[in-house]
Design a protein around this ligand. Sequence first.
Ligand code: FES
Length: 90
Amino acid sequence: MTKRVVLKPQNLEFIVEEGQTVLEAALNQNLAFPHRCMVGACASCLCRIESGAVDYDLEPLLTEKEKQQGWMFSCLAYPKSDLVITFGDE
Ligand code: FES
């Protein structure tokens, strides 16, 4: 099942196919999504989930507090639902 992701603050929307990470899907759709290592090491792709949930094959290194705040590694995250994510601070 595909999932819909809205990227704030620009409100860009893209589709994530089954088996794709959020980052892969964004890059496939030519969005300028920050990234470098693609393996959860550099933290360039960190963004915050405003709504929705993701799953990981390999749990990234996030503290409980960071998880509660919604931080996500886009290069490792598989959406479990439609998502709203942000690079903004609010
Ligand atoms: S691209 Fe490096 S942690 Fe995601």
